[in-house]
Design a protein around this ligand. Structure first.
Ligand code: NDP
Length: 280
Protein backbone atom coordinates (compact mmCIF):
# COMPACT_ATOMS: atom_id res chain seq x y z
CA UNK A 1 0.00 0.00 0.00
CA UNK A 2 2.90 2.32 0.67
CA UNK A 3 4.16 5.06 -1.58
CA UNK A 4 7.82 5.92 -1.55
CA UNK A 5 8.74 9.55 -0.93
CA UNK A 6 11.57 9.86 -3.41
CA UNK A 7 13.86 12.44 -1.81
CA UNK A 8 16.53 11.88 -4.42
CA UNK A 9 14.23 12.85 -7.29
CA UNK A 10 12.73 15.87 -5.51
CA UNK A 11 16.20 17.03 -4.47
CA UNK A 12 17.35 16.81 -8.08
CA UNK A 13 14.43 18.95 -9.19
CA UNK A 14 15.27 21.58 -6.54
CA UNK A 15 18.95 21.58 -7.52
CA UNK A 16 18.08 21.96 -11.22
CA UNK A 17 15.97 25.03 -10.40
CA UNK A 18 18.71 26.47 -8.20
CA UNK A 19 21.25 25.94 -10.95
CA UNK A 20 19.26 28.30 -13.16
CA UNK A 21 19.07 30.88 -10.37
CA UNK A 22 22.82 30.66 -9.83
CA UNK A 23 23.42 31.16 -13.57
CA UNK A 24 21.32 34.33 -13.41
CA UNK A 25 23.24 35.56 -10.39
CA UNK A 26 26.51 34.91 -12.19
CA UNK A 27 25.29 36.90 -15.18
CA UNK A 28 24.90 39.79 -12.75
CA UNK A 29 28.47 39.28 -11.57
CA UNK A 30 27.56 37.49 -8.32
CA UNK A 31 28.85 34.01 -7.52
CA UNK A 32 27.50 32.30 -4.40
CA UNK A 33 30.21 30.74 -2.27
CA UNK A 34 30.07 28.24 0.58
CA UNK A 35 32.87 27.87 3.13
CA UNK A 36 32.90 24.57 5.04
CA UNK A 37 34.85 24.10 8.25
CA UNK A 38 35.64 20.61 9.48
CA UNK A 39 37.54 19.99 12.71
CA UNK A 40 39.07 16.56 13.34
CA UNK A 41 38.78 13.33 11.45
CA UNK A 42 35.22 12.01 11.77
CA UNK A 43 34.76 9.50 8.96
CA UNK A 44 31.00 10.08 8.47
CA UNK A 45 31.60 13.85 8.38
CA UNK A 46 34.06 13.37 5.55
CA UNK A 47 31.37 11.64 3.49
CA UNK A 48 28.77 14.33 4.29
CA UNK A 49 31.19 17.12 3.43
CA UNK A 50 32.12 15.41 0.18
CA UNK A 51 28.44 15.13 -0.80
CA UNK A 52 27.95 18.81 -0.06
CA UNK A 53 30.92 19.76 -2.24
CA UNK A 54 29.57 17.63 -5.11
CA UNK A 55 26.17 19.34 -4.84
CA UNK A 56 27.81 22.79 -4.87
CA UNK A 57 29.64 21.88 -8.05
CA UNK A 58 26.43 20.62 -9.64
CA UNK A 59 24.53 23.82 -8.82
CA UNK A 60 27.45 26.12 -9.70
CA UNK A 61 28.19 27.32 -6.18
CA UNK A 62 31.82 28.02 -5.33
CA UNK A 63 33.11 25.78 -2.58
CA UNK A 64 35.92 26.29 -0.10
CA UNK A 65 37.02 23.80 2.57
CA UNK A 66 38.88 24.45 5.82
CA UNK A 67 40.18 21.26 7.42
CA UNK A 68 41.40 21.90 10.96
CA UNK A 69 43.21 19.26 12.97
CA UNK A 70 41.70 17.84 16.14
CA UNK A 71 43.98 19.85 18.42
CA UNK A 72 42.58 23.14 17.13
CA UNK A 73 41.75 25.53 19.99
CA UNK A 74 38.46 27.33 20.42
CA UNK A 75 40.22 30.64 19.75
CA UNK A 76 41.60 29.37 16.45
CA UNK A 77 38.17 28.13 15.40
CA UNK A 78 36.47 31.41 16.33
CA UNK A 79 39.21 33.36 14.55
CA UNK A 80 38.54 31.44 11.34
CA UNK A 81 34.77 31.95 11.66
CA UNK A 82 35.28 35.68 12.22
CA UNK A 83 37.57 35.87 9.20
CA UNK A 84 34.92 34.19 7.04
CA UNK A 85 32.21 36.44 8.52
CA UNK A 86 34.16 39.44 7.25
CA UNK A 87 35.02 37.93 3.87
CA UNK A 88 32.64 39.53 1.36
CA UNK A 89 33.13 36.75 -1.18
CA UNK A 90 31.72 34.14 1.26
CA UNK A 91 27.92 33.85 1.36
CA UNK A 92 27.51 30.76 3.51
CA UNK A 93 29.49 29.27 6.39
CA UNK A 94 28.96 25.70 7.52
CA UNK A 95 30.61 24.13 10.54
CA UNK A 96 30.37 20.35 10.13
CA UNK A 97 29.36 18.57 13.34
CA UNK A 98 30.55 16.81 15.38
CA UNK A 99 33.63 18.76 16.40
CA UNK A 100 36.13 17.47 19.03
CA UNK A 101 34.69 17.28 22.56
CA UNK A 102 36.88 20.02 24.06
CA UNK A 103 35.38 22.63 21.72
CA UNK A 104 32.11 24.47 22.35
CA UNK A 105 29.96 23.95 19.26
CA UNK A 106 27.19 26.25 20.51
CA UNK A 107 29.65 29.11 20.90
CA UNK A 108 30.91 28.41 17.38
CA UNK A 109 27.36 28.38 15.92
CA UNK A 110 26.61 31.61 17.75
CA UNK A 111 29.69 33.24 16.21
CA UNK A 112 28.67 32.48 12.61
CA UNK A 113 27.07 35.60 11.11
CA UNK A 114 23.29 34.86 11.09
CA UNK A 115 23.15 36.10 7.49
CA UNK A 116 25.73 33.47 6.47
CA UNK A 117 24.35 30.74 8.74
CA UNK A 118 23.17 28.40 5.97
CA UNK A 119 22.63 25.55 8.45
CA UNK A 120 20.22 27.68 10.47
CA UNK A 121 21.89 26.84 13.80
CA UNK A 122 22.66 30.36 15.06
CA UNK A 123 20.33 31.17 18.00
CA UNK A 124 19.16 34.24 16.08
CA UNK A 125 17.87 32.08 13.21
CA UNK A 126 16.50 29.44 15.59
CA UNK A 127 14.61 32.22 17.38
CA UNK A 128 13.21 33.59 14.14
CA UNK A 129 11.99 30.12 13.19
CA UNK A 130 10.21 29.92 16.57
CA UNK A 131 8.59 33.29 15.93
CA UNK A 132 7.49 32.16 12.48
CA UNK A 133 9.63 34.80 10.76
CA UNK A 134 11.38 34.40 7.41
CA UNK A 135 14.90 33.10 8.04
CA UNK A 136 17.54 30.52 7.12
CA UNK A 137 15.93 27.28 8.31
CA UNK A 138 17.84 24.20 9.40
CA UNK A 139 18.24 22.05 6.27
CA UNK A 140 16.93 18.64 7.38
CA UNK A 141 13.55 19.78 8.77
CA UNK A 142 13.15 22.27 5.94
CA UNK A 143 13.84 19.49 3.43
CA UNK A 144 11.25 17.26 5.08
CA UNK A 145 8.58 19.96 4.84
CA UNK A 146 9.44 20.50 1.15
CA UNK A 147 9.22 16.75 0.51
CA UNK A 148 5.78 16.52 2.14
CA UNK A 149 4.59 19.54 0.16
CA UNK A 150 5.94 18.16 -3.10
CA UNK A 151 3.80 15.04 -2.64
CA UNK A 152 0.76 17.10 -1.69
CA UNK A 153 0.67 15.67 1.83
CA UNK A 154 -1.41 17.90 4.05
CA UNK A 155 0.26 18.98 7.31
CA UNK A 156 -2.32 21.39 8.68
CA UNK A 157 -4.47 19.88 11.41
CA UNK A 158 -2.57 16.59 11.39
CA UNK A 159 -1.18 14.86 14.47
CA UNK A 160 2.57 14.94 13.96
CA UNK A 161 4.98 13.09 16.22
CA UNK A 162 8.73 13.75 16.20
CA UNK A 163 10.96 11.15 17.85
CA UNK A 164 14.29 12.77 18.86
CA UNK A 165 14.86 16.25 20.28
CA UNK A 166 18.31 17.21 19.06
CA UNK A 167 18.99 20.87 18.33
CA UNK A 168 19.82 20.12 14.72
CA UNK A 169 16.88 17.87 13.77
CA UNK A 170 14.18 17.13 16.36
CA UNK A 171 13.58 20.59 17.79
CA UNK A 172 13.56 22.56 14.50
CA UNK A 173 11.42 19.78 13.00
CA UNK A 174 8.87 20.27 15.76
CA UNK A 175 8.86 24.00 15.07
CA UNK A 176 8.54 23.61 11.28
CA UNK A 177 5.55 21.27 11.68
CA UNK A 178 3.96 23.62 14.21
CA UNK A 179 4.46 26.56 11.84
CA UNK A 180 2.55 24.51 9.25
CA UNK A 181 -0.32 24.11 11.74
CA UNK A 182 0.19 20.47 12.71
CA UNK A 183 -0.51 19.40 16.30
CA UNK A 184 2.94 18.32 17.37
CA UNK A 185 4.23 15.95 20.03
CA UNK A 186 7.95 15.47 20.57
CA UNK A 187 9.44 12.32 22.13
CA UNK A 188 12.90 11.48 23.49
CA UNK A 189 14.75 8.83 25.45
CA UNK A 190 12.76 9.55 28.63
CA UNK A 191 9.36 9.16 26.94
CA UNK A 192 7.42 6.39 28.62
CA UNK A 193 5.76 3.84 26.34
CA UNK A 194 6.90 5.46 23.15
CA UNK A 195 4.60 3.33 21.00
CA UNK A 196 1.59 4.82 22.80
CA UNK A 197 2.57 8.19 21.28
CA UNK A 198 3.95 7.11 17.90
CA UNK A 199 0.79 5.10 17.18
CA UNK A 200 -1.25 8.31 17.22
CA UNK A 201 0.82 9.98 14.52
CA UNK A 202 -0.58 10.89 11.13
CA UNK A 203 2.93 12.11 10.33
CA UNK A 204 5.78 10.36 12.15
CA UNK A 205 9.31 11.80 11.92
CA UNK A 206 12.06 9.69 13.45
CA UNK A 207 15.55 11.06 14.20
CA UNK A 208 17.26 9.04 16.92
CA UNK A 209 20.20 7.25 15.31
CA UNK A 210 19.19 3.67 16.19
CA UNK A 211 18.96 1.14 13.35
CA UNK A 212 15.46 -0.17 12.59
CA UNK A 213 14.19 1.04 15.98
CA UNK A 214 10.64 1.90 14.89
CA UNK A 215 8.72 -1.28 14.19
CA UNK A 216 5.38 -1.93 12.51
CA UNK A 217 3.43 -2.21 15.78
CA UNK A 218 4.47 1.37 16.67
CA UNK A 219 2.92 2.91 13.56
CA UNK A 220 -0.71 3.73 12.76
CA UNK A 221 -2.17 2.27 9.59
CA UNK A 222 -1.92 4.90 6.85
CA UNK A 223 0.67 7.10 8.61
CA UNK A 224 3.25 9.11 6.70
CA UNK A 225 6.65 7.97 7.97
CA UNK A 226 9.78 10.08 7.62
CA UNK A 227 13.05 8.37 8.53
CA UNK A 228 15.90 10.78 9.24
CA UNK A 229 18.29 8.19 10.68
CA UNK A 230 21.49 7.24 8.92
CA UNK A 231 23.05 4.15 10.45
CA UNK A 232 25.78 1.96 9.04
CA UNK A 233 25.21 -1.75 9.40
CA UNK A 234 27.97 -4.33 9.89
CA UNK A 235 27.92 -5.17 6.18
CA UNK A 236 28.68 -1.50 5.44
CA UNK A 237 25.21 -0.76 4.06
CA UNK A 238 23.10 2.14 5.33
CA UNK A 239 19.80 1.81 7.14
CA UNK A 240 17.43 4.20 8.85
CA UNK A 241 15.81 4.34 12.29
CA UNK A 242 12.66 2.74 10.88
CA UNK A 243 12.27 -0.93 10.00
CA UNK A 244 11.48 -0.09 6.39
CA UNK A 245 10.51 -3.58 5.26
CA UNK A 246 7.82 -4.02 7.91
CA UNK A 247 6.67 -0.41 8.45
CA UNK A 248 6.17 0.11 4.72
CA UNK A 249 3.37 -2.46 4.96
CA UNK A 250 1.28 -0.10 7.12
CA UNK A 251 2.50 3.38 6.08
CA UNK A 252 0.74 5.37 3.36
CA UNK A 253 4.02 7.11 2.49
CA UNK A 254 7.55 6.37 3.63
CA UNK A 255 11.05 7.69 2.97
CA UNK A 256 13.77 5.17 2.06
CA UNK A 257 17.30 5.25 3.50
CA UNK A 258 19.33 6.12 1.53
CA UNK A 259 17.48 8.27 -0.98
CA UNK A 260 14.92 9.96 1.27
CA UNK A 261 15.77 12.73 3.73
CA UNK A 262 19.54 12.80 3.07
CA UNK A 263 19.41 14.24 -0.48
CA UNK A 264 16.70 16.71 0.61
CA UNK A 265 18.98 18.02 3.37
CA UNK A 266 21.70 18.77 0.84
CA UNK A 267 19.27 20.35 -1.63
CA UNK A 268 18.00 22.69 1.10
CA UNK A 269 21.57 23.61 1.99
CA UNK A 270 22.02 24.68 -1.63
CA UNK A 271 18.74 26.57 -1.38
CA UNK A 272 19.95 28.36 1.76
CA UNK A 273 23.24 29.38 0.13
CA UNK A 274 21.37 30.92 -2.80
CA UNK A 275 18.94 32.58 -0.37
CA UNK A 276 21.82 33.99 1.74
CA UNK A 277 23.45 35.34 -1.43
CA UNK A 278 20.24 37.04 -2.52
CA UNK A 279 19.62 38.46 0.97
CA UNK A 280 22.98 40.19 0.77
P1 NDP B 1 21.26 12.97 18.47
O1 NDP B 1 22.06 11.81 18.95
O2 NDP B 1 21.77 14.35 18.67
O3 NDP B 1 19.81 12.91 19.13
C1 NDP B 1 19.12 11.70 19.23
C2 NDP B 1 17.78 11.95 19.86
O4 NDP B 1 17.09 10.71 19.91
C3 NDP B 1 17.86 12.48 21.30
O5 NDP B 1 16.93 13.52 21.48
C4 NDP B 1 17.51 11.25 22.15
O6 NDP B 1 16.82 11.56 23.33
C5 NDP B 1 16.57 10.51 21.21
N1 NDP B 1 16.56 9.09 21.52
C6 NDP B 1 17.60 8.26 21.63
N2 NDP B 1 17.18 7.02 21.95
C7 NDP B 1 15.84 7.07 22.04
C8 NDP B 1 14.83 6.13 22.34
N3 NDP B 1 15.13 4.86 22.64
N4 NDP B 1 13.55 6.54 22.33
C9 NDP B 1 13.23 7.82 22.04
N5 NDP B 1 14.14 8.77 21.76
C10 NDP B 1 15.43 8.39 21.74
O7 NDP B 1 20.97 12.66 16.94
P2 NDP B 1 20.66 13.64 15.69
O8 NDP B 1 19.34 14.30 15.87
O9 NDP B 1 21.84 14.45 15.37
O10 NDP B 1 20.55 12.54 14.54
C11 NDP B 1 19.60 11.49 14.58
C12 NDP B 1 19.83 10.59 13.37
O11 NDP B 1 19.61 11.32 12.19
C13 NDP B 1 21.23 10.03 13.24
O12 NDP B 1 21.15 8.73 12.69
C14 NDP B 1 21.91 10.95 12.26
O13 NDP B 1 22.95 10.33 11.55
C15 NDP B 1 20.75 11.26 11.36
N6 NDP B 1 20.84 12.53 10.62
C16 NDP B 1 20.47 12.50 9.32
C17 NDP B 1 20.45 13.65 8.57
C18 NDP B 1 20.00 13.54 7.17
O14 NDP B 1 20.22 14.47 6.40
N7 NDP B 1 19.33 12.48 6.77
C19 NDP B 1 20.86 14.94 9.13
C20 NDP B 1 21.18 14.88 10.54
C21 NDP B 1 21.16 13.71 11.25
P3 NDP B 1 17.48 12.41 24.55
O15 NDP B 1 17.45 13.83 24.11
O16 NDP B 1 16.59 12.14 25.70
O17 NDP B 1 18.87 11.87 24.72
Amino acid sequence: MEKILDGKAVAQKIKDELKKEVEELKQGGICPKLAVIMVGNDSSSKIYVRNKSIACKEVGIEYEEYLLDENTTMNELLELINKLNKDDSVNGILLQSPIPKGLDINKAFKTIDPKKDVDGFNPCNVGKLCLGQDTLISCTPYGIIKLLEEYGIEIEGKDAVVVGRSNIVGKPMMQCLLNKNATVTICHSKTIKLERVTKKADILVVAIGKPNFITKDMVKEGAVVIDVGINRKEDGKLCGDVDYEEVSKVASYITPVPGGVGPMTIAMLMNNIVKATKMK
